[in-house]
Design a protein around this ligand. Structure first.
Ligand SMILES: [Fe+2]
Length: 132
């Protein structure tokens, strides 16, 4: 998506969220350690589906300005999915008396929400209008 974006703000937004996402992984690993559980990656069919759709859509859109708007829509689908998962994990952590884990996860949720709002701002402050 970084490579496909043509709007400089969008490209930069994707790059900075990629860096944040690397920190999210470290925080998740931290939560595993706090539970004394081995860190293990698993496939996520939901995210794989969203990414598959993103690839298909971006292959179908030729107009670069329309593509930027489509990339925002697809990125927001990912962010919203991540937000639902963090919201659930935070609620479960609190229910289990693990406010320590919840607070680590809340940092990730906060950055996912900020990334989503940044995308909305980019769309509403020019990219959608150019695409139209
Ligand atoms: Fe994200």
């Amino acid at each position: 998506m970084i490579d496909k974006a043509t709007d400089s703000g969008l490209k930069q937004g994707f790059q900075s969220h990629l860096a944040e996402t690397k920190n999210h992984i470290q925080r998740l690993e931290q939560v595993f350690k706090m539970h004394d559980v081995k860190v293990e990656g698993v496939d996520c069919p939901a995210i794989d589906g969203i990414l598959k759709e993103a690839k298909e859509v971006s292959g179908e859109v030729e107009d670069k300005q329309v593509l930027d708007a489509a990339l925002i829509a697809m990125a927001q689908a990912v962010e919203h999915y991540e937000m639902t998962r963090y919201g659930t994990l935070i609620a479960w952590a609190k229910q289990l008396g693990r406010a320590d884990c919840a607070s680590v996860l809340e940092q990730n949720l906060k950055e996912e929400k900020a990334a989503d709002q940044k995308l909305t701002g980019l769309a509403e402050r020019g990219i959608n209008a150019k695409a139209a």
